[in-house]
Ligand binder design. Structure first.
Ligand code: F6P
Length: 347
C-alpha cells in the first residue's frame, strides 16, 4: 500500500473491449498497481461491456497482474456488445456498477469502446476514462494507440521473411495487412520494408498508376522481386463496393494479385497476415506506453475527472475530453505519406 491520498473514487472497474492489442495486459496491470498504491480497489470486468451487463467481474489484487506485462492478448478477455448499445443494456450495466460498488471505470479499447463509456456516464453517475488500444492506431485524438508498435514489428518481420523467398525465386509478393478503414499500419510497414507499392483505404488505388507502373519501373531498374503491401480495406478506384464489403473472393490482397497476373503475366504470391498481427509479446514501447497510460487513467479518476481519454501527444501522456476526442478523425502521418510516395516512386 502506498500513500493514503484523498481519492474521488473508492472502487473502479477495468475492462478491455473491441479488437485486442498487445500491451492491453500491461495497461490492466498498471491500472491495478496504480489504484492499489492509492488505496483504491479494482474490479476486473471480463469480456468488455458485455461482462458489465452480465456481472462477470472479480476483485483484482496485485497478484492477479503479476507476470502479465509481457503477455499479448488480455487476461480480461474482450468482446463486442450489441446489448450495451441499448438503453436497457446500459441500465443492466449500471445496476451492476451499483451492486459491485463501482464509482469509476477504465475502458481500454477503441472509439467504439469510448462511445459506450460516454453513453453510460451520460445516463448514470459513473466516472469513465478511456485508454486507446488498437493495432490500427486509428483513434484521431491520440498520436499513439497501445499495440501498434508490436503489430507493426510482427508484420515487418513477416514481410522481411517473404522478401527473402521472393528474392530467391524472383517473384512478386502481395501482403495484406490489417486496417479495415485505416492505412496507418500499411503505410508504416511499407516504409519499413521498402515496399514497391503501398495501398491504403484512404486513397482508392488505380491498378496502372499505383501498382503496375511501379513494378515496371522496378523491373527496369533491375529488380526481379516486388513487394506490394495492401491494407485489407484498400479499395480500387470506383469499384463500387460498399465501405464494409470485402473485395473479390479473398479480400484486397487477392484482388491486387489477380490484376497483376492479368496485366503483367506474373504469378504473385498473396499472403494475408491476418490475426497474427494482433498477438505476440508486446514491444518495449507498448509495455511502457501502456503502463504510463494505465497510471494516468487512475490519476484522472482519483482526481475526480470523468469522460476523459488518456492520449499520447508529442511524446507526453495527457488526457482530453472524450466528447472532443471522439469528434477527431484518424489522420495518417503526413510525412510518412510523402516519404512513402518518394520511396515507392523512385526506382
Ligand atoms: O481493429 C483492429 C482490427 O484488427 C482491424 O485491423 C481488423 O480489421 C479487425 O480488428 C478484425 O476484427 P475481428 O478480430 O473481429 O475479426
Amino acid at each position: 500500500m502506498g500513500e493514503q491520498i484523498n481519492n474521488a473514487v473508492r472502487r473502479i472497474g477495468v475492462l478491455t473491449s473491441g479488437g485486442d492489442a498487445p500491451g492491453m495486459n500491461a495497461a490492466v496491470r498498471a491500472v491495478v498497481r496504480s489504484a492499489v498504491y492509492r488505496g483504491i480497489e479494482v474490479v476486473g470486468i471480463r469480456r468488455g461491456w458485455q461482462g458489465l451487463i452480465n456481472g462477470d467481474m472479480y476483485k483484482m489484487t496485485t497478484s492477479d497482474v503479476s507476470h502479465i506485462i509481457n503477455l499479448g492478448g488480455t487476461i480480461l478477455y474482450t468482446a463486442r456488445s450489441e446489448e450495451f448499445r441499448t438503453p436497457e443494456g446500459r441500465k443492466k450495466a449500471y445496476n451492476n456498477c451499483r451492486l459491485f460498488g463501482l464509482d469509476g471505470i477504465v475502458a481500454i479499447g477503441g472509439d467504439g469502446t469510448f462511445a459506450g463509456a460516454l453513453a453510460l456516464s451520460t445516463e448514470y453517475p459513473i466516472s469513465v476514462v478511456g485508454i486507446p488500444g488498437t493495432i490500427d492506431n486509428d483513434i484521431g485524438c491520440t498520436h499513439y494507440c497501445i499495440g501498434y508498435d508490436t503489430a507493426a514489428n510482427t508484420a515487418i518481420d513477416a514481410i522481411d521473411k517473404l522478401r527473402d523467398t521472393m528474392q530467391s525465386h524472383e517473384r512478386c509478393s502481395v501482403i495484406e495487412v490489417m486496417g479495415h478503414r485505416a492505412g496507418n499500419l500499411a503505410l508504416y510497414t511499407g516504409l519499413a520494408t521498402g515496399a514497391t507499392a503501398v495501398l491504403i483505404p484512404e486513397e482508392p488505388w488505380d491498378i496502372e498508376k499505383d501498382v503496375l507502373d511501379k513494378i515496371r519501373s522496378a523491373r527496369l531498374a533491375g529488380r526481379t522481386n516486388f513487394m506490394i503491401v495492401v491494407a485489407e480495406g484498400a479499395k480500387q478506384k470506383d469499384d463500387g463496393t460498399l465501405d464494409n464489403e470485402k473485395v473479390g473472393d479473398g479480400g484486397a490482397g487477392y484482388q491486387v494479385g489477380s490484376l497483376i497476373e492479368e496485366h503483367l503475366g506474373l504469378s504473385p504470391r498473396v499472403t494475408v497476415l491476418g490475426h497474427v498481427q494482433r498477438g505476440g509479446r508486446p514491444s518495449a514501447r507498448d509495455r511502457v506506453t501502456a503502463t504510463r497510460m494505465g497510471y494516468f487513467a487512475v490519476e484522472a479518476l482519483a482526481n475526480g475527472k470523468t469522460n476523459r481519454v488518456i492520449i499520447h501527444e508529442h511524446g507526453a501522456i495527457t488526457d482530453i475530453d472524450m466528447v472532443e476526442g471522439l469528434k477527431m478523425k484518424n489522420k495518417l502521418n503526413e510525412d510518412e505519406k510523402l516519404v512513402s510516395k518518394t520511396m515507392t516512386g523512385a526506382h
